[in-house]
Design a protein around this ligand. Structure first.
Ligand code: PLP
Length: 477
């Protein structure tokens, strides 16, 4: 059992490991090769009766846990969306853990509340969100979207659902490409998953506004109550962007809440060249994006902005006597701005990152990733039978094997190549399905990504692609 006085003795061991981890990350296999139960079986079934020496705990961490980890900070991790961090954010997390503060209300750590308030203003202004909006840090975009839909539900029911239960005729609309967290939120908010209406997309996988309007009209005629629309800026599958302005105008016309889910692509909105995606934001009601995905700030850090703070607080505020303070009303008590009471001090890592990079540094790093994705696209696009489903979107490239025999054969070969690439364990890619076609996705978003890392990815993809292609040709001949 360690005492405070033991700290200096062991801190060096921990930082030595961190140093070693960062300096060898490129040499590591990206994905753990552990099978189901492998790690579990290495951990004793019960708590030790006597204290285990810290040196031994650290050794066990290295020998049991590290081999069972997938290395999300590895530059050749191109799967899902990244959950990237940075040295600045790491230091802040270290300090946050040192302080060990629980920042549920202003009184429990004034600096945490006020730093959060300022960070929300900094981000709001660089994202192009109106100055009258306010923001709060949530754990994830899923939670923020749940909060948005609950607030929309309350507004649509004259703030009665929290008290009396939720009517079953409230309808929410999002494109067929929307993230699964919207459907989950429908269930959790008591509106029912079946009341999520899926709106069709165009050939760019973006929501078709006329279909949205038709669906709203049809619901109104059928006695349903349109409640909210979720607009996605940067879909999970292919980074498609819904036309915010047109959709927000429809929401305005039918008095429907407009929530913008920019969980991943939101970071790109600090680049003036993508500012047009935010046209119409002033007509929307809420917006979420995750600095913990692509703004070099460790998980978890999701930022939620809202036009009408009073509506939010009215939904989530519960004031037992033990939480009443004498500064009530003068400060932000963020426990009233979301679901959990307890809150981590997440603003510190944002502050460290935003200051250390500065706006220019953030923009340069994002642009570098976007350029590297374009470079990868140019190098891969002429591979035999490779079909890109669209030009690169931000830092994402999406392609599949296009076989003359049609979708089934194309899917089989794409999947085969994908598996071979991942089996090298030198890069990690995930897939999606677009119009029944299996598609490989490559996201180039790791904080310290370099051209040499992308060259490695290009080489591994090309070698496996060409080899599979040649094998097919030989089989046919
Ligand atoms: C568009 C979109 N929305 C929401 C989410 C959910 O994010 P979180 O894991 O923060 O809940 C994701 C995750 O990738 C996403 O891509």
């Amino acid at each position: 059992m360690l005492e405070i006085k033991d700290f200096p003795k062991h801190i060096g061991q921990v930082t030595d490991w961190i140093k070693e981890y960062y300096s060898t990350i490129r040499e590591r296999k990206v994905k753990s090769e552990a099978g189901p139960g492998d790690i579990y079986n290495l951990i004793p079934p019960g708590i030790p009766q006597e204290s285990v020496d810290f040196d031994q705990i650290l050794e066990q961490f290295k020998s049991i846990v590290v081999p069972g980890m997938t290395h999300w900070q590895h530059p050749n991790f191109h799967a899902y969306f990244p959950a990237n961090g940075s040295i600045e954010s790491l230091f802040a997390e270290f300090i946050t853990a040192t302080l060990g503060a629980q920042c549920m209300i202003w009184d429990t750590s004034p600096a945490a509340a006020e730093l959060e308030e300022r960070m929300m203003e900094w981000l709001r202004d660089i994202l192009g969100i109106p100055k009258s909006w306010t923001g709060v840090i949530q754990d994830t975009a899923s939670s923020a979207t749940l909060v948005a839909l609950i607030t929309a539900r309350e507004r649509a029911t004259n703030f009665e659902s929290n008290e009396n239960g939720t009517p079953q005729n409230l309808r929410v609309y999002s494109s067929s490409q929307t993230h699964s967290s919207i459907e989950k939120a429908m269930g959790v908010a008591g509106m029912g998953r079946k009341n999520l209406v899926s709106i069709g997309v165009d050939d760019q996988q973006a929501m078709i506004p006329s279909e949205l309007e038709s669906a709203i009209i049809s619901d109104l005629e059928g006695g349903k109550k349109p409640c909210a629309v979720v607009v996605t800026i940067g879909t999970t599958s292919t980074l498609a962007v819904d036309p915010l302005e047109q959709i927000a105008r429809i929401c305005e016309k039918y008095k429907v809440w407009c929530h913008v889910d920019a969980a991943y692509a939101g970071s790109a909105l600090i680049l003036p060249e993508y500012g047009q995606w935010m046209k119409g934001i002033e007509v929307a009601d809420s917006f979420v994006f995750n600095p913990h995905k692509w703004l070099f700030t460790h998980f978890d850090c999701s930022v939620y902005f809202i036009k009408n703070q009073e509506e939010l607080v009215r939904c989530f505020s519960i004031l037992p006597a033990y939480l009443k303070t004498n500064v009530l009303g003068q400060v932000n008590d963020y426990r009233d701005w979301g679901i959990p009471l307890g809150r981590r001090f997440r603003a510190l890592k944002l502050w460290f990152v935003l200051q250390s990079y500065g706006l220019q540094g953030l923009q340069e790093t994002l642009r570098k990733h976007i350029q590297l994705a374009d470079y990868l696209y140019q190098k891969l696009k002429d591979l035999p039978n490779l079909k890109m489903i669209c030009p690169p979107r931000l830092n994402g490239v999406f392609f599949h094997y296009n076989h003359d025999e049609g979708k089934e054969m194309s899917n089989k070969i794409t999947s085969e190549i994908h598996q071979k690439i991942n089996a090298t364990n030198q890069v990690y890619l995930t897939h999606t399905v677009v119009n029944d076609i299996g598609v490989i996705r490559v996201i180039c978003g790791q904080t310290y990504l370099e051209k040499a890392d992308i060259d490695k990815t290009i080489d591994i993809i090309s070698r496996n692609w060409n080899h599979t292609h040649e094998t097919i040709r030989t089989d046919v001949n």
